[in-house]
Design a protein around this ligand. Structure first.
Ligand code: AKG
Ligand code: MN
Length: 201
């Protein structure tokens, strides 16, 4: 696995087949501190159970799905939409202004410590559209984000720090998988918000 010192600090992190653009200081430290505290304490966190290889397993993190009315189904599990809070709507506007794209839902993940994680996957469900643009805001503990090319197996990693924004677009979901690996030495919590535009017919 990559040495953390050698990981890119901002800019484009993919060598091709899509884009993943990292902006490390998207939100000021003070505002990021306030939003993190609010989200950790005010969201009614849920722990999803998924059916995997015939067995029910609890996701190793907490999460919620917020949108006007659209349910979101991934790995066979439909998320009931929660309303937008003022803070989530304000973050959405900041992401919309920065990316010049509209978002109609946000999946919020709460990694309680370094044992919480997210396995290899792509956000390639049909409802995301063919080449989705996803704005991913990170707050709290810095965690490593790995990407793996589906055909070549090439690995790329970056550290996602407090207040950063990662914008994934183009072929990034079709050609690459991504994950947040376990980092058991990390004791602090992290919240990640992925703003998405679900395509409804
Ligand atoms: O926590 C992260 O940075 C990634 C979240 C993610 O990939 C997802 O919610 O689909
Ligand atoms: Mn994802």
């Amino acid at each position: 696995m990559p040495n953390q010192q050698s990981l890119p600090f901002g800019g484009e992190i993919l060598p091709g087949d899509g884009s993943a653009l990292l902006i490390p200081d998207f939100i000021s430290e003070q505002l990021a501190d306030e939003i993190l505290q609010e989200l950790v304490h005010q969201i009614s966190w849920e722990q999803q159970t998924l059916l995997m290889y015939g067995k029910y397993v609890s996701e190793p993190r907490l999460s919620t799905w917020h949108s006007n009315a659209l349910p979101y189904t991934y790995s066979g599990s439909a998320r009931t939409p929660q309303p937008w809070t003022d803070t989530l709507a304000s973050l959405r506007s900041q992401c919309e202004q920065h990316t010049q794209h509209m978002f109609n839902g946000v999946l919020v993940n709460f990694y309680r410590d370094g044992n919480d994680h997210l396995g290899w996957h792509s956000d390639d469900e049909l409802i995301n559209g063919p080449e989705p643009l996803i704005a991913s805001v990170s707050l709290g503990a810095e965690r490593r984000f790995d990407l793996r090319h589906r055909d070549t197996g090439e690995l790329v990693s970056a550290m996602l720090g407090h207040g950063s924004l990662l914008v994934m677009s183009g072929l990034s979901q079709k050609c690459w998988e991504h994950r947040i690996p376990k980092m058991p030495r990390i004791a602090d919590p992290r919240v990640n918000l992925t703003f998405r535009h679900l395509v409804v017919s």
